[in-house]
Design a protein around this ligand. Structure first.
Ligand code: NAI
Length: 398
């Protein structure tokens, strides 16, 4: 890493923010601040740090001991001067953080959605307006560390680390003068190794299908009777669920092909979900022959269950879990918006959005149209005035 001090701000106060605060504060040549806007988290975290360090337990039982430089609820205390800003909160809070940091953004800042999820780039560039010309916006497909807070502000535990994480990069207008992903890699170290993808639209399309598809397939015809145990999420996939995911995926592939045909943009990185699973998980999958078997026999998914709430008589599905509350407004609705731009019909996506929005108590689409009263809570491109291929190309700098 260069000897220049990297001024880093972590946005968030949850599990992920604790891990990033721990790792980055332990690096030489970094000054790591935390911005947490949520309730009294900053106060609690500061109190926890009064007489001690932040401990992070790694999977090999070794420990990182470090201290972030400053933790605050007030952006003016922690953001000015930052050149790397990592946003690690659920997608519905991204807007609040982007608005809070915007006044302090300076030339060549790197903003990372960690993870970003579909539509992050639309939202970031919309909020940053003219400033988006001189910042780089990066969006990771996932958070690399599976982790849990043990004691707030004091102890966090890393359960596992992903070896590779795909990141989409919209580079600032200095194109080529510096490499934002290389800088991110140098401050965080590896693993994970960050892979730069072709462009952000590939992710926006690809990663919205599995969670909603499995939720719909499992619960669409549920009789409402509580279950005695929580069903396996991925490894419990049946034929109907696999068909739901495949049908969604086919529509997504159709959208990618159409945008590619009409713009010349390369979508070869937008892999069908079955191909992506086999490529990403390799030997962890013992039977890769179909989407269903790739889900059911993936060792990495062992023990993962459906999000459920305990009630009298057993368990019922938690429809407010992020598999719907994030993956519909910050997933399927974004995909639907992209399909609209190229004039494609999406009967399967529409059906899943209608089912999901009803479970969430929202209206994003009416029939097949993006006219629901809660559309503005989503990141469909139309929310940001992107309604044509021309707008999309301009936004992507193509
Ligand atoms: P978390 O559930 O610990 O995050 C909660 C934090 O988000 C809160 O502490 C608060 O700072 C903020 N927050 C929550 N509700 C808010 C609200 N209404 N207004 C403002 N701020 C609010 O999340 P975690 O675990 O840190 O994950 C962050 C992101 O990374 C999520 O999108 C999650 O899906 C993703 N992720 C996390 C993994 C993990 O192992 N922790 C693994 C893979 C992905």
């Amino acid at each position: 890493m260069s000897s220049k001090v990297q001024k880093i701000v972590i946005c968030g106060g949850g599990n992920g923010a604790h891990v990033l605060a721990s790792i980055l504060s332990s690096r030489e040549n970094t000054e790591t601040n935390v911005l947490t806007l949520y309730q009294d988290e900053a106060e609690i975290w500061n109190k926890a740090m009064e007489n001690g360090m932040l401990y992070c337990l790694l999977p090999n039982e070794s420990e990182i001991r470090s201290r972030p430089n400053k933790i605050s609820k007030n952006p003016a205390d922690v953001v000015p001067g930052a050149n790397i800003i990592l946003i690690t909160v659920p997608a519905f809070s991204h807007e609040e953080y982007l608005r809070a940091i915007e006044p302090y953004i300076r030339y060549r800042t790197i903003i990372v959605g960690f993870p970003g999820l579909p539509g992050f780039e639309f939202q970031a560039r919309h909020i940053l307006k003219a400033k988006s010309q001189f910042v780089s916006v990066l969006s990771a497909t996932t958070f690399p560390w599976a982790c849990r807070i043990v004691e707030y502000g004091r102890n966090v535990k890393i359960i596992g680390v992903k070896n590779y994480v795909d990141v989409a990069v919209i580079q600032d207008s200095s194109k080529g003068a510096f490499n934002p992903l290389e800088l991110l890699q140098s401050v965080l170290g590896s693993p994970p190794v960050f892979n730069k993808t072709n462009h952000f639209l590939e992710h926006s399309l690809m990663f919205a299908v599995v969670h909603p598809g499995l939720m719909y397939g499992r619960w669409k015809y549920w009789d409402g009777i509580p279950l005695s145990e929580k069903p396996l999420f991925y490894q419990g996939t049946d034929d109907f669920q696999a068909k739901c995911v495949t049908d969604l995926d086919d529509e997504v592939q159709g959208i990618a092909k159409e945008i590619s045909k009409r713009t010349g943009v390369d979508f070869r990185g937008c892999l069908p979900m079955h191909t992506w699973l086999v490529k990403s998980y390799g030997s962890a999958i013992s039977n890769p022959c179909s989407l269903k078997t790739a889900l059911v026999t993936n060792k990495a998914y062992e023990g993962m269950v459906h999000p459920m709430k305990e009630v009298k008589g057993g368990y019922v599905p938690d429809f407010k879990h992020r598999y719907l509350s994030e993956d519909v407004p910050f997933g399927l609705v974004v995909v639907k918006g992209l399909a609209k731009i190229v004039g494609l019909k999406t009967p399967v996506i529409d059906e899943l959005i209608r089912w999901g929005q009803q479970k969430l108590g929202k209206v994003f689409i009416e029939g097949t149209e993006l006219t629901g009263g809660h559309l503005f809570e989503t990141r469909a491109p139309q929310v940001y005035g992107i309604t044509s291929l021309k707008d999309l190309r301009a936004m992507m700098g193509l």
